[in-house]
Design a protein around this ligand. Structure first.
Ligand code: TEU
Ligand code: CA
Length: 626
């Protein structure tokens, strides 16, 4: 057991401790190299309150120790060969149904719209689709607030439409994973309504009720507790006021979830992406969050549920009783989880999850999504090197830059339009030639960028609207809007740009969320017939990955790890070797030698440039072994 008499290096040696130290330093804008300094490493925990002038206080340390002492396992070190699986070979494509394609002209994307575009996805070459929620919902958080898990949202269509879609997906040799949102339900879910109106029924214990709230805050602003007069109690909601946290301590709740999962798997879906699944187990007694941790992370209480005491147990139950009998795939969305904890959640012998989404690469150290800053890709390189060094043979990584919760990656790195295409190709190259499973977010394959929203009225996202209202208490309209523009999730939620027509070919009536004129220069129709387009580059890379196992299961050898602006690596298996060279900057970088043989794919410039890499340029060479 670790106590305050242990030293920093002991914490760093613990898998959870190591991830937490890294995360803490990252939030403060530092790298973990300082911990490796022996003087720092030898500091005893109990000296920290004095050394940090109270920033790391007693409460901070006891929360940390409690978390560490609740994890007794360490990842197994083993060099057994990687076991193959379809989801390790697949390229996934995420669809945000509301904004993908409107088939019945009401301005809202729908299931028939997706069906209409399956051939497009097949042409692009992806293997599997992740559908953001399509269940019945009052849409306080665009479907992440579910009212009925076994019903399709009316705006999206019917269960018959869903069956047709699933059939269309499978008949094309594609797979489908659905979104499983079970940390919380809508407050309009039958269970919650009964929990309020019939507190003595079995539903009375389906959610997390307390007589007094604690200090936890919601991710969407304010306290994480609502008061319900009828019951005379508070209920917990880590997200919006209409997203009520389920009580996973109750075995009946867990059984309801398993039954629902089996119901969809019985229908033939191939697996699930599991929304904030690392939040399902909350610490007993729901203690107050530490103020310093809360201030650092932006939210109070996270240390008590992001890696809760029964998380492993609940995941194992779900896997063995619902996923495993169907051989179904699972990828957990796990904000706050680091590289070592990933292993404890996904190593193949653990029986928990197949993969997770980690998020520490989405912003550079010291930054959060709502900061307006430029993302330096050298950090991404470092992150990826670190990932490879920590993954081992039992875990498999997910690779992504974008989803419906984040701004567009091109805009983060370099919003200058002259670099848009080449930068899109650079991002595509790393994503499709690195070990791990790529998840492409709709529109990423076109190089879509952040939107030119003109006012707060153009935005729809509950997170942005709540934050704006909060900011307006202290700053001007213009300043608040600027901050929202830096991070709003709506940048990724505008209509998919199919054509240059009015409404981007998404719909023939005004869409539920506005778009700008970007579809005139960036749309699928034009890019499909242009060999030099971002879309064509994605198609070629996906095909390359599919036809060369070196890019899937091959070893990776990263060279010149310390060299800034240049990211070079080899991927190799028994039969072939690929050499990948990426310029991470606007600089022109000289190449040492001119590679002569093999297949090559150069992102931007013609052969004349063979001795230099132009801004953000990449080259992929296949060196055949003979
Ligand atoms: O997101 C969870 C999450 O932690 C964040 O990405 C969150 O959206 C936000 O950035 C917090 O500041 C998942 C879903 O992907 C998201 O769309 C939902 O809003 C959320 O859960 C609640 O279901
Ligand atoms: Ca529609």
């Amino acid at each position: 057991m670790l106590t305050i008499n242990n030293r920093i290096k002991d914490i760093y040696a613990h898998p959870v401790g190591r991830d937490i130290i890294k995360k803490t330093l990252l939030q403060m804008g530092y790298k973990d190299t300082i911990v490796k300094n022996p003087i720092i490493g030898n500091i005893k925990l109990k000296a920290l309150p004095t050394l940090t002038i109270g920033k790391v206080n007693g409460g901070f340390l006891s929360a940390l120790l409690e978390l560490l002492n609740s994890e007794h396992d360490t990842p197994r070190i083993d060099t057994s060969p990687v076991s193959p699986a379809w989801w390790k070979e697949a390229v996934f494509y995420q669809i945000y149904p509301r904004s993908f394609k409107d088939n019945n002209s009401d301005g809202i994307g729908d299931l028939c719209g997706i069906l209409e575009k399956l051939d497009y996805l097949k042409m692009l070459g992806v293997d599997a689709i992740w559908l953001s929620p399509i269940y019945d919902s009052p849409n306080d958080d665009n479907g992440y607030d579910i009212r009925d898990y076994r019903k399709i949202m009316t705006e999206f269509g019917t269960m018959e439409d869903f069956d047709k879609l699933l059939e269309g997906i499978h008949s094309r040799g594609l797979r489908l994973i659905m979104d499983l949102v079970v940390n919380h339900t809508s407050d309009e879910h039958e269970w919650f309504k009964k929990a309020i109106s019939e507190p003595d029924s079995q539903y009375g214990d389906y959610y997390i009720f307390r007589n007094e709230p604690n200090n936890w805050t919601s991710f969407f602003g304010g306290s994480a507790w609502n008061f319900y007069e009828k019951r005379g109690q508070y209920a917990l909601h880590l997200f919006s006021k209409k997203q009520m946290d389920l009580n996973w301590e109750n075995p009946t709740v867990r059984n309801e979830v398993k039954e629902m999962v089996r119901w969809w798997l019985q229908k033939g879906v191939d697996g699930f992406r599991m929304d904030v699944v690392n939040y399902i187990s909350k610490r007993d007694g729901l203690p107050d969050g530490n103020e310093h941790i809360g201030t650092l992370m932006g939210f109070y209480g996270v240390e008590h549920y992001f890696y809760g005491p029964r998380l492993h147990q609940y995941l194992r139950e779900l896997k063995s009783e619902a996923f495993a009998p169907f051989n179904a795939f699972s990828v957990g969305e796990t904000p706050g989880i680091g590289m070592k904890m990933r292993k404890l959640l996904t190593d193949d012998y653990r029986g928990e999850l197949d993969m997770v989404f980690l998020f520490d690469h989405l912003e550079t150290p010291g930054h959060v999504r709502f900061d307006d800053y430029k993302y330096d890709l050298n950090y991404y390189k470092e992150y990826m090197i670190n990932m490879i060094e920590n993954l081992g043979c039992h875990s498999h990584a997910s690779l992504f830059y974008e989803n419906h919760d984040n701004t567009r990656m091109i805009s983060k790195v370099d919003p200058d339009p002259q670099f848009r295409i080449v930068l899109a190709k650079l991002l595509a190259t790393i994503q499709l030639t690195f070990p791990g499973t790529p998840f492409i977010y709709q529109g990423q394959e076109l190089g879509m960028v952040n939107k030119k929203f003109t006012s707060i009225d153009a935005l729809r996202d509950v997170e942005s609207l709540n934050l704006y209202a909060e900011l307006r208490k202290t700053i001007s309209e213009a300043e608040a809007f600027k901050k929202i523009m830096a991070g709003t999730r709506d940048h990724a939620r505008t209509p998919m740009q199919w054509t240059s027509d009015k409404y981007a070919g998404f719909s023939d009536t005004e869409p539920w969320i506005g778009t700008d004129n970007d579809c005139k220069i960036c749309n699928a129709e034009a890019q499909i017939s242009d060999e030099g387009s971002v879309w064509s580059f994605y198609r070629i890379l996906i095909e390359l990955r599919r036809t060369h196992t070196a890019l899937i299961y091959g070893n990776i050898n990263i060279v010149n790890k310390k060299k800034r602006d240049l990211f070079t690596y080899y991927r190799a298996d028994k039969s072939e070797t690929f050499y990948i060279e990426c310029n991470l900057s606007r600089k022109v970088i000289k190449r040492k030698s001119k590679l002569q043989s093999g297949i090559r794919l150069i992102s931007n410039y013609a052969e004349a440039q063979e001795l230099q890499l132009m801004p953000y340029e990449v080259a992929v060479w296949m060196i055949k072994k003979d």
